[in-house]
Design a protein around this ligand. Sequence first.
Ligand code: SAM
Length: 234
Amino acid sequence: MRFSFDTLGIIHSPYKEKFAIPRQPGLVPTARAQLVLQAPYDHPDTLRGIEQFSHLWLSFVFHHTMAQGWHPTVRPPRLGGNQRVGVFATRSTFRPNPLGLSVVELLGVGHEQGCLWLDLAGVDLLDGTPIVDIKPYLPYVDSVPDAHGGFAPDAPTPALTVSFSAEAEQQLQPWLTAHPQLRQLVIEVLAQDPRPAYKKGKVDEKVYGVRLYDLNVRFTINEPTCLIVAIEPA
Ligand code: SAM
């Protein structure tokens, strides 16, 4: 059987590129996004009662990587990027059906001038991600406290302590009007150490850049510290 699904809505998130997006939702609680619904799903009736739930499941398409196809085995970053396991034993983006599943916090519902959206937090979704289903998270069935987490037993603890150079601190200030939580967002994103596994534990002199909103955040890493050296318009 083959299926085709409609896009229900599009995610508007601070993550403008894949680099540095957390590996799972909730790891960067400050990452806010809007899910803007599309016709004919943008009628307020479709969301009636949803505010009663604190969290939602989002099913989405890995639209940015789907053209790259899939392999029966993948190398999860959690295993250091060297060991192969079956694709279905992972949450890899490279899957036969490029569908993702994320539980996110629901902050509220917005409705203005014919536009209907959900305000979300803790997302792990690239800006522009198409959403194909929305469901309430039901703690009594979706939370399994004694479940085994395999090779990913716990949330990874943030690896790095993040600080801002005096210059970066100054450059940040004007952007706080549009994005009041930007400072905390940058700290939470970079504390995860977004570099590829092979870079970790080695001397690293590279100056990295990550796009958040319309900014390029430039940083260096000298484990266990991360120094933000500049915040520039992208
Ligand atoms: N929570 C989801 C799941 O388990 O299905 C996604 C897990 S996947 C390991 C998370 C990664 O997907 C992020 O770090 C980001 O690099 C990538 N990603 C997010 N949105 C994407 C998109 N629209 N297309 C391709 N990759 C995406």
